[in-house]
Ligand binder design. Structure first.
Ligand code: HEM
Length: 128
């Protein structure tokens, strides 16, 4: 079965039990209710990902071509655009970079060793 029905993330989330189990992978929605008992990876993992975007979990396992092929048979629609969960953090407040008071600190960095050197030479000169 395949379809062009668009599911929102909320609709998907309603099918998160063994009685009706939808999973989304790469923007497609799959009804894997009938597959729960047959999944070689066990039902537990499917139930863990039930009703949500399982792209990462599915890819992490490194499923075979056969597994990818099976997916086609479970396709019932697509995840509505813009309803994907935010995997990336929204841009947080960007803080303006404060200009560092470069000059004053670099002058000090330069003057202190110079002062030490001058003091050392003066000391040598006076004492010797
Ligand atoms: C929903 C569609 C899924 C299908 C059609 C599917 C299919 C399969 C198939 C056919 C295998 C046998 C090995 C292979 O051919 O790669 C397998 C293994 C496995 N699957 Fe899935 N899988 C699905 C989702 C998931 C999800 C969401 C997880 C979550 C982590 C998962 C975890 C695993 C694990 C851990 C194995 C390895 C089992 C083992 O080698 O002992 N699967 N799956």
């Amino acid at each position: 079965m395949s379809g062009n029905k668009e599911f929102t993330i909320d609709e998907l989330a309603q099918h998160n039990t063994k009685a009706s189990l939808y999973i989304s992978i790469k923007g497609k929605v799959y009804d894997v209710t009938k597959f729960i008992d047959e999944h070689p990876g066990g039902e537990e993992v499917l139930l863990d990902e039930a009703g949500r975007d399982a792209t990462e979990a599915f890819e992490d396992v490194g499923h075979s071509d056969e597994a990818h092929g099976l997916l086609k048979g479970f396709e019932i629609g697509v995840l509505k655009e813009g309803s994907q969960p935010q995997t990336q953090k929204p841009p947080t407040h960007s803080y303006p970079k404060h200009p560092q008071p470069e000059t004053s600190s670099s002058v000090i960095n330069y003057l202190v060793p110079l002062g030490v050197l001058v003091a050392f030479i003066a000391y040598k000169y006076i004492s010797g």
